[in-house]
Design a protein around this ligand. Sequence first.
Ligand code: SF4
Length: 180
Amino acid sequence: MDPVNRKLRVATAWLGGCSGCHMSLLDMDERLLALAGRIELMASPLTDLKDFPEADVTLVEGAVANEDHLAHIRHIRAHTKLLVSFGDCAVTGNVPAMRNAYGIEEVLNEAYQASSSVVKGVPAGNAVVPKLLGRVRPVHEVVPVDVFLPGCPPDADAIYELLSALLDGRRPEMGGRRFG
Ligand code: SF4
């Protein structure tokens, strides 16, 4: 892997996760400034781009839980050279996959009927609410993944090591850990 002589085009994406992995990315603190000179941030949950851009590296947080996630991760895979499964929800399904023990109807009824809510009723016929997949899936079950970055969340040091390695032309060494 050759060192990157231009700015590395990095993107991040948020599927079915709590955003804790992105909070950990921000936890790199002043190291973000060091990376900023060598990285071009193409897209992230902070941007509101309608089209996902071409990227060298994309870190994907969260599991694939609904039809929007599925379409998004397929699009990202087609537009990024190296895909990183970012955190345990992406790597294993983790917390979002706890619903896999139940049927979709049971999950929706628990969320929208049984829980406290001002408005009762399962959303139906509303195109804004994406349809749940029958089973929450880790990212690698849906598209090929190049690097696994486990942890709930991965700590800031691990994220920094990953990005530094890529910038230096090294394959990131995640210490053999696949699961956090
Ligand atoms: S891996 Fe942990 S911190 Fe990251 S999205 Fe999942 S639950 Fe949140």
